[in-house]
Design a protein around this ligand. Structure first.
Ligand SMILES: [Zn+2]
Length: 1120
């Protein structure tokens, strides 16, 4: 295994020597050869130009793994071998200069390229220089557009395009996006492509109703505005392809197809030229009626076609020749020729059409009335989470490589991780629409890449701690499975160090949960100060996760304050064996919240006593120690131990108890709730008040429980409704888990469609509400939480943290029961009293928000046969509803499907287990199993309640979205051999940069060439008067200094100044804001033609609203 790794590294080393490896955008090498638009066949706009585009669609994993597809192994699953495709196509291209081919997925191209000899490479170079082989898309994979996050999309484009640029120079620069198979299209992706300098975008799959209308109205091609704040700089020509991406029916000449070849020997009894050409002409004339110019693009290829490319080219040569002959003879005014999407786009541009516009997106995608491709927004939730973690690791490691000034050879492992993340973006990877064995292979690939690349973090942490990279590392910096509350290092150490990295450019307060055994622990900050911590028992549903291999019974929780790009270490000591006090179960479960109180009533205060005997009697009541609900494991000096207050008759001295409660409370408050006064809540909680009650009315509140911190008070009543009380308003909130049961049928017609990996199709219009079985509350100085379990294998923890303004829903779902032979799709519903009028907002790839309206589409009249699935939208990071005063946002830790079906409601799909295939190719039911049981997933939602009119709260919400995506990453090291004093001598607190001003985000910091780095600064706020933000890049970073910058396009493969934006004529000017107008564009404010410019002064740059600026920067290291 190790040997294999080493060989791979050597292979990578060799590869990097092969290309031109300048890593900077190259200037054009001019010669008599022509590539790009210059190489296109001249068109005559007076005749119908039929662009014959040979292509292959190579999924970077789907029914087979990446390697199986490349080598053509397991052909019993699918006859597909990418190496044969490229071998064969290059030979065929070389034979005839008229022939063209396009290639899309750089992951596969690169696998092939590094295995070729010089002769083949020279030929490929020539083909690229002459525009005969053109790259379209050109990212590592053809990414999904629903579940993918914009940061990872930008990264995988940067990675793929860098390979092309380093190897071939500008002739390999793709000019068009080629998203022919993703299942719906996002607006943010259009915006990103425009910022990368692409001139156009081609789509294969759009909703069948949308397509029908567009075909009829010649609206297949349009100008799509990617972002209202960015304005015309985000516009991109977008064309929907006529046949998705297949050839016209009857004209598939691949070895995988059965269509008749063109037989042109007139002496043969099988001669068919006339018949075939006539049929083809009929088809292209029909196609041309749907497009506005005298050009049509005919896709000639399909999944993994061209393994035997001569079959295609031989027949296409004939098709072109005889159709053109017929046209000349009969005056048809039709001309066929080999072409590419670039050349087609150029021809369309030259004919200067007037285009319709678009400002929304292409979600959700339906291919027929019962096939809404909205299940994949959630399919394989654990893969989707792992992908997000992969990005978090990648960003951290890129940053640490630069911040730590580490050795250049680390780029091998960094590149391995970039490749793995590029693969994960593929439209059958992050989507969860691959076969099970392929899903396992993706996990293997990403896990190995992360593990290998973590050497960078370990080197950087060691260098920071000891101020010397060459010193023997003191710590192991182990990766833990925090998502399963499992960490062997912390579980098995008496002393350990938790090292945390913050990958965002501002100070972050992050709750850290470290899995431990029961005991008493002390947590020390880098300055040696003991900080407040709390020991929480791990809920049963988490402990029972089948894949969990851990002895940990508790989590040690503390809040870490982390500096921008900061590394911080905390020293943790287990100070004693389990004391008697610790054995007290603080988390007894009760049948439900009412049972909990009933239990208290029995032993505690009986109401008639209160009424009859008055306050004096209270002291004589038996008190059942509700005090233990104040977490007795509070690690502050004066823990309350009610046992010591009991007299020998087991009665409690209430006065003494009162005094201690007050004292403790004050201390807790002063430590953890500095802002407590803000809400003017009494210092005692209700239980304590009730215990000391001298008024009968207080007892009436016994049917409630609540959580509170300085920002909010969460009151849970006996109907399960939560009242979220903020200083200026109260929002009702009910959190309830449900499931949908999936339709199943044999898929032979639309009414027999099954819910599957792609398709969501519930059987009913009302979901089944899970039955809550037991619940309990836990309160401590850091965490207060309410726990609830259901009978149907799902559990919730609703949690607030001291000092943090959001509310966490931590859930465990699975194994989803299928004993009834019915597949189920688990959801959570957040029901509020917000009046949202059927409107809600979902994010586009984690960035801009798009308005959605129930049962509506902005650009066509919707007929909806699937009222649930047809209202689902991708939620990459965030979904929200709002009214005038209140905006509720749910931030997700991975991509999920979401909607708002009822007034005030937000619904998110968490997990799916289905027993039937949906007949879109996978051929397997989405029935994930681990350790012999249905897969269990654990996830988190953050719920934020803000005032949408308060700019400060809006910004803090945006920051939380970024922090949720780029979570601080914790590592745990055994410190049994390093005592506290020795640890104190290390550098345990590192600040990578100064905090960025509000509005700016450090999107990318990564090594580029020997003395340059890649830097992206993003403005994340919406356009307003003061939304342009200035920053001096020479003063931002601590461990190095930027000395010069040069701006590039978003994917860093072209200098920004070299790119010229195409202008198009449009039917209607764009509205200023899609979200404000939605579908009412007739007399609305029009966007100004210019979205504004920025003025830089050397390294002092300005970034306007929603802009991402990308620079290649020269820099010098400072001493660490
Ligand atoms: Zn595909």
């Amino acid at each position: 295994m190790l040997l294999l790794k080493r060989n791979m590294s050597i292979a990578l080393l060799l590869l990097s020597v092969v290309g031109l490896s300048s890593s900077l955008p190259l200037s054009d090498v001019s010669s008599h050869e022509k590539c790009g638009y210059e190489s296109c066949t001249k068109v005559n706009q007076d005749e119908l130009n039929v662009h014959i585009v040979p292509h292959t669609h190579n999924d970077v994993g789907w029914l087979k793994t990446v390697d199986q597809y490349y080598y053509g192994s397991r052909n019993n699953i699918q006859k597909a071998g990418v190496q044969y495709i490229l071998d064969s196509v290059i030979k065929e291209l070389w034979q005839d200069p008229k022939r063209r081919f396009i290639y899309v997925e750089t992951a596969f191209f690169w696998m092939w390229w590094v295995r070729q000899n010089d002769d083949v490479r020279h030929k490929v170079h020539a083909l690229v220089r002459q525009g005969r082989l053109q790259f379209v898309g050109g990212a590592w994979s053809m990414n999904d557009e629903a579940a993918s996050h914009y940061q990872s999309t930008i990264d995988q484009f940067t990675w793929g395009l860098k390979k092309l640029n380093d190897t071939f120079g500008p002739c390999a620069t793709p000019r068009v996006g080629w998203q022919i198979d993703p299942f719906g299209h996002s607006r943010e992706f259009a915006s990103l492509l425009a910022a990368m300098g692409y001139d156009g975008l081609f789509l294969g799959r759009i909703d069948y109703q949308d397509k029908r209308a567009r075909l009829k109205q010649k609206r297949m091609e349009m100008l799509w505005r990617g972002d209202d704040d960015l304005g015309n700089s985000s516009d991109i020509f977008t064309g929907a392809l006529y046949n998705t991406y297949s050839p016209p029916p009857g004209f598939c000449f691949d070895v995988l197809c059965d269509d008749e070849p063109i037989i042109d020997d007139p002496n043969s009894p099988m001669f068919n030229v006339d018949k075939r050409v006539t049929s083809f002409v009929r088809k292209i004339l029909e196609m041309s009626r749907a497009y506005r110019t005298n050009n049509i693009l005919v896709t000639m290829g399909d999944d993994f076609q061209y393994q035997q490319a001569d079959m295609w080219y031989t027949n296409l040569d004939k098709l072109i020749k005889y159709t053109n002959l017929k046209s000349a003879k009969e005056g048809l005014n039709i001309k066929l020729f080999y072409s590419t999407p670039d050349c087609y786009l150029k021809a369309v541009k030259d004919s200067n059409p007037v285009l319709p516009t678009k400002q929304d997106d292409f979600f959700p995608y339906a291919s027929d009335p019962t096939a809404y491709w909205t299940g994949y927004f959630t399919s394989r939730p654990t893969t989707k989470y792992f992908e997000r973690q992969g990005n978090d690791y990648l960003q951290m490691l890129k940053q640490l490589q630069v911040l730590g000034g580490l050795e250049e050879h680390n780029s091998f492992v960094l590149n391995e991780l970039k490749s793995a993340m590029g693969v994960m973006q593929h439209h059958d990877a992050i989507t969860g629409t691959e076969k099970q064995h392929v899903a396992h292979d993706y996990e293997r690939l990403l896990d190995a890449a992360v593990e290998d690349a973590l050497i960078i973090a370990r080197q950087a942490f060691n260098k920071i701690a000891q101020k010397d990279a060459l010193k023997q590392p003191l710590f192991s910096y182990d990766r833990c499975r925090f998502n399963e509350s499992s960490c062997p290092t912390s579980e098995n150490s008496r002393q350990f160090v938790v090292t945390i990295y913050n990958p965002v450019g501002w100070m972050v307060m992050e709750p850290i949960h470290v899995p431990v055994l029961d005991g008493t622990y002390e947590v020390y900050a880098p300055n040696g100060e003991k900080i407040t911590s709390q020991l929480l028992d791990i809920p049963e549903p988490v402990r029972n996760i089948p894949t969990r291999k851990s002895q940990a019974s508790h989590e040690l929780v503390f809040i870490a304050k982390l500096h921008p790009l900061g590394v911080k270490s905390f020293y943790i000591k287990k100070i004693s064996k389990i004391s008697k006090r610790d054995v007290v179960n603080t988390n007894e479960y009760y049948g439900n919240i009412n049972d909990y109180w009933k239990n208290l009533h029995e032993n505690f205060v009986e109401i008639h006593n209160l009424e009859e005997n008055g306050r004096d009697e209270i002291k004589k009541e038996k008190i059942p120690l509700p005090i233990m609900k104040i977490d007795t494991k509070v690690n502050i000096e004066k823990d309350i131990n009610a046992d010591i207050l009991k007299d020998r008759y087991d009665n409690v001295d209430v006065e003494e108890l009162e005094r201690i409660i007050k004292e403790t409370k004050l201390e807790t408050v002063s430590k953890a709730r500095s802002l407590d006064k803000k809400l003017n809540y009494p210092n005692l909680n209700e239980e304590e008040l009730r215990m000391l009650a001298d008024e009968a009315m207080l007892v009436e509140r016994a049917d409630e429980d609540y959580l509170e911190n300085e920002f909010m008070k969460i009151r849970i009543d006996n109907t399960g409704v939560t009242h979220m009380i903020l200083p200026d308003r109260t929002t009702n909130l009910k959190v309830q888990l449900h499931y949908w049961t999936g339709c199943y049928g044999n898929n032979t017609n639309t009414s027999l469609r099954s819910s599957g990996a792609y398709i969501f199709r519930p059987q009913t219009t009302v979901p089944y509400a899970l039955t809550y079985r037991n619940s309990g509350t836990i309160k401590g100085p850091i965490v207060q939480e309410y726990r609830a379990e259901t009978k149907e294998n799902a559990a919730s923890v609703l949690r607030i943290y001291s000092g943090l303004n959001y509310f966490v829903h931590d859930f465990v779902v699975g194994p989803i029961p299928i004993e009834d032979k019915i597949g189920k799709e688990y959801i959570v519903r957040y029901d509020t009293n917000i009046v949202n009028n059927g409107e809600f907002y979902t994010d586009s790839n984690g960035r801009q928000m798009l308005k959605r309206k129930l049962n509506e589409r902005p650009q066509w009249n919707l007929t909806l046969e699937e009222p649930i699935a047809g209202n689902y939208y991708p939620v990459t990071n965030k979904i929200s509803i709002q009214d005038d005063k209140t905006k509720i946002s749910i931030l997700t830790d991975r991509s999920e499907g979401g909607t708002s079906l009822e007034e005030g409601n937000i619904e998110l799909m968490l997990h799916r287990r289905l027993l039937h295939d949906d007949a879109f190719g996978v051929g397997e039911a989405l029935d994930e199993v681990a350790e012999g049981k249905g897969l269990v997933m654990r996830g988190r939602h953050k719920l934020l309640n803000i005032n949408p009119n308060n700019a400060r709260e809006v910004i803090s919400e945006r920051k939380l979205v970024i922090q949720t995506h780029l979570q601080p990453i914790a590592f745990v090291s055994n410190a049994d051999d390093i005592n506290f004093d020795a640890w104190m001598k290390l550098d345990n607190c590192f600040k990578g940069m100064k905090a960025l001003p509000d509005g700016l985000h450090l999107l990318t910091l990564e090594p580029w060439t020997r003395d340059t780095l890649l830097l992206r600064i993003e403005n994340y706020i919406d356009k307003s008067n003061d939304s342009t933000i200035e920053i001096d890049l020479s003063k931002v970073f601590n461990s190095f200094k930027i000395v010069s910058i040069k701006e590039t396009t978003l994917a860093a493969n072209q200098w920004l100044g070299d790119v010229e934006k195409w202008r198009w004529r449009v039917e209607n000017e764009f509205a200023e804001s899609f979200n404000l107008e939605y579908n009412n564009f007739n007399s609305v404010p029009r966007a100004s033609s210019d979205a504004g410019t920025v003025i830089d002064d050397g390294l002092k740059i300005q970034v306007r609203a929603k802009q991402i600026r990308t620079f290649i920067a020269k820099y010098e290291m400072n001493a660490l």
